[in-house]
Write a protein of this length. Structure first.
Length: 238
């Protein structure tokens, strides 16, 4: 079975009887036979996690959101609306849209995401709220934020602290409500030295290695790793 979507959205894929129909599972869950992540997506546009790239770019804007669907199990649209009451938040996605994409659809939705990254690089923070909360469920939103050099605002995987570099994102669950998060974000915008703390991880090889490991499990390599697994299984049975 192959999928990279949360079982909250597709509950059948979590059903034991359904899963028992398949010999191998290739999913976002890291303990499955062939785990696949989105961490390799920035590599497609030439980005590496070791480089500082867009980090040093001067940013004049506060928060960007690019959300395709408002419906979620995390009420992300409600929280984004509440944040927008306190800070300037530009939304380029279909959900809560208040800014038109700067390019046509073909370029905007390109898998490499250069146009999105260019837009995101103008902001201090990027909304990276997942549509549900599951172990290991970290989608492209976070990794695109890293590539753009902005700080992701995160809500999703309960074990995110073990997956992503320390002080590389801001976790929604650490705040009482959207107003409390907004106050903190305003403090970071007004204090460049505090904001810069969220990029120190780039100089820590142990933290960078977390992302590089996840990138080796990228979806592009998943099929090759599945073939290797099948080949090794075949040889073991000979």
């Amino acid at each position: 079975m192959h999928h990279q979507e949360s079982s909250s959205n597709y509950p059948l894929q979590a059903h034991h009887a359904f899963r028992s129909l398949f010999a191998y599972n290739m999913t976002f869950e890291l303990d499955h036979d062939v785990p696949v992540t989105y961490a390799d997506r920035p590599y497609l546009s030439g980005f590496t996690y070791r480089g500082h790239g867009n980090v040093r770019k001067k940013r004049s804007k506060q928060i960007v959101a690019i959300i395709g669907k408002c419906a979620s199990h995390t009420a992300r649209d409600v929280y984004v609306q509440q944040l927008a009451q306190h800070l300037v938040l530009d939304s380029y996605g279909a959900c809560l849209n208040n800014k038109p994409p700067p390019v046509g659809d073909a370029e905007w939705y390109n898998i490499y995401g250069e146009s999105k990254l260019q837009v995101m690089s103008e902001y201090h923070f990027c909304v990276a709220f997942e549509n549900s909360r599951h172990l290991d469920y970290v989608t492209e939103k976070v990794f695109q934020a890293y590539a753009a050099g902005c700080v992701p605002l995160y809500d999703g995987a309960p074990n995110v602290a073990s997956l992503l570099p320390y002080m590389s994102y801001i976790d929604r669950k650490h705040f009482k409500d959207a107003h409390a998060m907004a106050v903190y974000l305003r403090q970071l915008v007004d204090s460049p030295h505090l904001y810069a703390q969220y990029f120190r991880w780039k100089s820590n090889q142990t933290e960078v290695a977390k992302l590089e490991y996840l990138a080796t499990l990228g979806s592009d390599s998943g099929w090759c790793r599945l073939c290797d697994l099948l080949l090794n299984t075949y040889h073991d049975r000979e």
